[in-house]
Design a protein around this ligand. Sequence first.
Ligand code: RP5
Length: 163
Amino acid sequence: MSKKVAVIMGSDSDLETMKPCIARLRSFGIPTEVRIISAHRTPAAAEEFASQARENGFGAIIAAAGKAAHLAGVLAAYTTLPVVGVPIKTSMMGGLDSLLSMVQMPKGIPVACVAVDGADNAAILCAQMLALSDEELTHKLTRFKADMAAEVAAKDRKIQEEI
Ligand code: RP5
């Protein structure tokens, strides 16, 4: 059985963006727990979750947040598990605020940060991390990449016929 991945969101307003992440993790058969925990509104819960995550069977944490997006960094402060941040697009600055808040971590507390709204990639990156010690998951990822390549090749053939 693969280790679990936690998908933590700063707010329920992040859920729509994060649905592809949750779906992708589950498509790989990775047990996924979804929580709303805010670095600013429920900091004690963030500490509690992150500090117990490893003993609770998690192998990686995905943290999605927008604006002053400190969630991934705060979780990373309390765990030695890898933390992958998803900066959420915002109305004021298009997510650049979230991206910089998340990616500019001080030395010693790294956060792996995907693109603004890069929910799917966060799931794939965590799957790749878990696959380091999970052969079955490695096969699923190999098949996933092959399927993706086949899709692009099919699009290439189609465009040759059309243009
Ligand atoms: C962040 O502030 C959340 O992650 C969300 O992206 C943003 C807005 O939150 P709400 O005001 O919609 O709860 O903490």
